[in-house]
Design a protein around this ligand. Structure first.
Ligand code: DP6
Length: 335
């Protein structure tokens, strides 16, 4: 594309994108060697209908530098400019951008706000720079762009179940059997940001945990089992493999030196509160690099699961499968 024909060169062009958070059922934990933030293992996730991120990117020839406001306040510009620089290079433009973001995810608390954040930023910048339009098939360069921001972000480009393949680092949708109607009930189990970022935690785990090689080696079987369970509409098999992947990841983390423990007292309280529903095969749990508990259940059980969690959690949110990252208006909000 010639720089002269690109609309970002001659006037302000903008795009606004909404992206939902995604929760991994089969976890990504560990990076391949190299600098491209490729994963050491695949992953499979569910993009949720809420909460999420709405981001507006406006390339404006009048700007001397990029700007970034997150939830109405100045925020760290560096990761934003890094991504914008890649987009500018691909589009052949030099125009600076004004970026505004509204995040309904408790930032850095282990609810994966970076995934919806980089998906929304990446796609908004992509479209504003004239590299593609809403509804275009996923461009592999876009997937790579958002992955460099955060390894779990490509999954938030897609709606519903999404899988990242370890060999290609590409992302594809996983179609659920029609009868598989699930909800994810999120219990916020502690306040404040997490103590160790995923990036630092993964590096520590890979360097020091004796369980890390076993984690990587046993991972592909979980991914295959989860894809098969979704395709067959087998809720029980999906819940069991999600729980297994979760516990293996946390065992691997705990065996690091120093130990990596993302759980808080509230995490165990939430797990305890769900024991009866788990015993009946109605709720399966997963935790990420933070203290919060997410329970996978059939849609008909979402109220019972939320009721069990409310007495022990700071807040409970019932989420369902959500759409792919999509164009919206700035005023439409995050939902
Ligand atoms: C535990 O995608 O946040 O939530 O690539 O370093 O940005 P970076 O890591 P990130 O890691 C997410 C890890 C996880 C599991 C998962 O979402 O698959």
């Amino acid at each position: 594309m010639s720089s002269v024909s690109n609309p970002a060169q001659v006037g302000t062009v903008e795009a606004t994108i909404a992206a939902g958070i995604n929760i991994a059922l089969v976890k990504y934990w560990g990076k391949a060697p190299g600098t491209d933030n490729r994963p050491a293992v695949g992953s499979l996730s569910l993009t949720l209908d809420a909460p999420g991120t709405v981001t507006r990117v406006a390339f404006d020839p009048a700007l001397a530098a990029d700007t970034f406001r997150l939830n109405e306040a100045e925020a760290d510009l560096r990761p934003v400019t890094r991504l914008l620089d890649e987009v500018r290079a691909l589009a052949g433009i030099a125009t600076r951008a004004r970026v505004e973001s509204r995040n309904t995810v408790p930032t850095a608390a282990g609810l994966a706000s970076s995934a919806s954040g980089f998906a929304a930023l990446g796609l908004a910048a992509w479209q504003a720079a004239g590299l593609g339009r809403a509804g275009d098939p996923l461009d592999r360069r876009l997937v790579d762009l958002v992955r460099r921001g955060s390894g779990s972000a490509p999954r938030s480009l897609l709606g519903g179940f999404a899988c990242i393949d370890v060999e290609t680092a590409g992302v594809h949708p996983v179609t659920a059997a029609p009868g598989l109607e699930v909800s994810l009930v999120v219990a916020l189990c502690a306040d404040g940001p997490k103590s160790v970022s995923s990036r630092d935690g993964m590096a520590l785990c890979a360097e020091t945990s004796p369980y890390y090689p076993a984690w990587v080696e046993s991972h592909p079987a979980d991914l295959r089992a989860a894809e098969a369970a979704i395709g067959a509409g087998d809720f029980t098999a999906l819940g069991e493999v999600m729980e297994h992947s979760t516990m293996k990841m946390h065992a691997c983390m705990l065996a690091s030196r120093p130990p990596l423990r993302y759980w808080a007292a509230g995490t165990l309280a939430a797990l305890e509160a769900l024991v009866p529903l788990r015993r009946d095969g109605r709720a399966y749990t997963t935790m990420d690099a933070g203290p919060h508990v997410k329970a996978l259940c059939r849609r008909e059980d979402e109220a019972a699961v939320a009721d069990a969690l409310r007495p022990v959690a700071r807040a409970v949110l019932i989420a369902r499968p959500g759409p792919a990252a999509h164009a919206t208006t700035w005023d439409a909000g995050a939902r």
